[in-house]
Design a protein. Structure first.
Length: 110
């Protein structure tokens, strides 16, 4: 998670809030409850490409590697912070897959 100072967050958060409102408004016009996913993907992709264009001009390999890493880190952090907690709660509620426990026990004995 990129921890940036509060003054920087305030300005960016206001812009993000506006974008989120626009994405939600457009998504609600669709009958598909997952419509926001394509809109969010488009917005993130276009934002990254726009920053590259304005900041550096042409695309270079190191920018591709850097941006790919940023998006991967975003996904990994979201999974670690949100999805893992959600899955742990659901597993406790519904029970785990039996083979996971078997493998975990085997790994402990190694």
């Amino acid at each position: 998670m990129p921890y940036i100072k509060a003054p920087l967050r305030q300005e960016i958060d206001a812009l993000i809030d506006q974008l989120a409102s626009g994405i939600i408004a457009q998504a609600r016009q669709s009958e598909d409850p997952g419509a926001f996913a394509g809109l969010l993907n488009y917005a993130c992709t276009r934002l990254a490409l726009q920053i590259v264009r304005r900041q550096f001009g042409q695309m270079r390999y190191w920018l591709i590697a850097l941006i790919t890493g940023i998006f991967k880190n975003i996904g990994d952090e979201f999974y670690r912070r949100v999805a893992a907690a959600y899955e742990d709660k659901q597993m406790a509620r519904s029970g785990d897959v039996d083979f996971f426990q078997e493998y975990l026990e085997e790994i402990k004995k190694m």
